[in-house]
Design a protein around this ligand. Structure first.
Ligand SMILES: [Zn+2]
Length: 453
């Protein structure tokens, strides 16, 4: 019998991006040292990866876009390599044994530029003044050599040296900031396991704008820890006031999400407002990047604030095994928008769900949510139907069981990797009703089911 749900592709290439990543080893730590000159868009960098071989390896591959490669070392010894088509294939002097821990060091220089994709340029993007990184799904190799699979999560140290007037932001905690001559080195430590596409750097003229550490209007029942997540905006000075106004409710949102999804999974949350217009905001580990066009208030912008924050739980902490399961990121982030609306006194989730259902009913029904294919993985219908599927689960379970299920999903899989089949197994523990038919209708068939649970 054909399985209903795609199993996680832990043992093979990603079905949507078979050229990305190498499943024969896993990386547990990256140490990146970048020297970046914004004017000429010049990067001189080294990357040191600590990895473990899953099998005996005479050679292995890293993903890295076009750069001039200097030295490549494996366990401190010079290794041979070829570099073509975005793959840096490395042949160590001595083959690696199955289970062996090893280090790879790559020195490289060049002018980083975005990786071309059907969704536009991905990864490192030069700005008028500075740079930003938005890699989802396969843009990370535009700036560092990596095992570019969402399931291969690692800790990161990112050190960036750049002219002193610039501010540098990366995910995690700022360890040191050292100025020497006219350059400053910023060292960030991300100690939570992180997918390569969620590693980010922003370089620009930014003013830090701390948001209130506690909810502006605390409600009964909030966990005490929720208010203590440091939340800072990095915004062009002239937009500091607009940012403080438009993001004023984010601390309250953080507290509400910590209640319904469980404790915030990271040590801090930073919001960058790049000094450009961006198509859509984008999430990274502990960071979200918005454009100037996302300021100005109103529901269409407020929902994006909720969406990006929710990705810290769904996508960043609870990560997908491979890209077929993208709806687990986007459906839950979409549903978080509706939950926030309901909580914040706007239309309830049921109202948003009904509107999404009406919208989808008038559109082509050729999308399989549980395996949409690469072409449709960021289609707006995937977001809407993803939110609807979470709502259908809520209707099937009832509020009590649904919210327990939701919180436990984020808790049990915190910093982990999941597939759709894991959600079915998990949610089935919260009801005596078999959920197979619901998953089949919403995730495996393209026709839009009625919204009855
Ligand atoms: Zn999203």
């Amino acid at each position: 019998m054909k399985p209903h749900h795609a199993p996680p592709a832990v043992g093979g290439p990603d079905p949507y991006f078979p050229n990305s990543g190498d499943h024969r080893y896993r990386v547990h730590r990256y140490e990146l040292a970048l020297d970046y000159r914004p004017g000429p868009n010049r990067l001189a960098a080294s990357a040191r990866l600590s990895a473990v071989a899953n099998a005996a390896l005479a050679e292995f591959a890293l993903d890295l876009a076009e750069f001039r490669i200097g030295r490549v070392l494996v366990d401190g010894k010079t290794a041979r390599y070829t570099h073509r088509g975005g793959k840096l294939r490395i042949r160590p002097a001595k083959a690696l044994a199955a289970g062996a821990a090893f280090t790879v060091e790559v020195h490289y220089t060049g002018n980083p530029r975005p990786v071309r994709s059907p969704w536009g340029g991905l990864g490192w993007e030069e700005l008028t003044e500075g740079a930003l990184v938005a890699s989802q799904p396969v843009g990370a190799p535009s700036w560092f050599p990596c095992n570019d699979r969402p399931a291969d999560k690692a800790t990161y140290q990112v050190a960036v040296t750049t002219p002193s007037p610039f501010t540098v932001l990366s995910g995690g905690r700022l360890l040191t900031r050292t100025t020497r001559a006219s350059s400053t080195t910023w060292v960030y430590e991300q100690s939570a396991p992180t997918s390569s596409y969620l590693v980010t750097v922003s370089i620009g003229h930014y003013q830090p704008v701390p948001l209130a550490a506690r909810p502006a209007h605390p409600q009964a029942g909030f966990g005490a820890q929720a208010g203590h997540v440091p939340q800072t905006g990095y915004v062009p000075q002239r937009l500091a006031e607009a940012f403080a106004r438009d993001f004023a409710r984010q601390p309250e949102m953080m507290a509400y999400f910590a209640e319904v999804f469980g404790p915030y999974p990271f040590g801090e949350y930073a919001v960058v407002v790049a000094d450009e217009e961006l198509d859509v905001p984008v999430e990274a580990q502990g960071v979200a990047t918005f454009g100037t066009n996302h300021l100005g208030g109103g529901w269409e912008r407020e929902r994006l604030i909720a969406h990006e924050l929710a990705h810290q739980w769904f996508g960043n902490s609870v990560s997908i095994a491979d890209w077929r399961h993208i709806w687990l990121n986007e459906g839950f982030a979409k549903y978080a928008e509706w939950l926030w609306s309901e909580y914040a006194g706007g239309p309830g989730a049921a109202v948003h769900a009904a509107a999404a259902h009406r919208l989808l009913a008038g559109l082509p029904q050729d999308l399989r949510l549980g395996d949409p294919g690469r072409r449709l993985m960021f289609d707006d219908r995937l977001y809407q139907r993803g939110g609807l599927t979470v709502h259908a689960l809520r209707l099937a379970l009832g509020d009590g069981a649904f919210f327990a299920m939701l919180r436990d999903w984020a808790g049990v899989n915190r910093h982990g990797v999941v597939a759709t089949s894991d959600l079915l197994a998990h949610a089935s523990r919260y009801t005596t009703t078999p959920l197979g038919p619901l998953f089949e209708a919403w995730l495996e068939r393209p026709e839009l089911p009625p919204l009855t649970g």
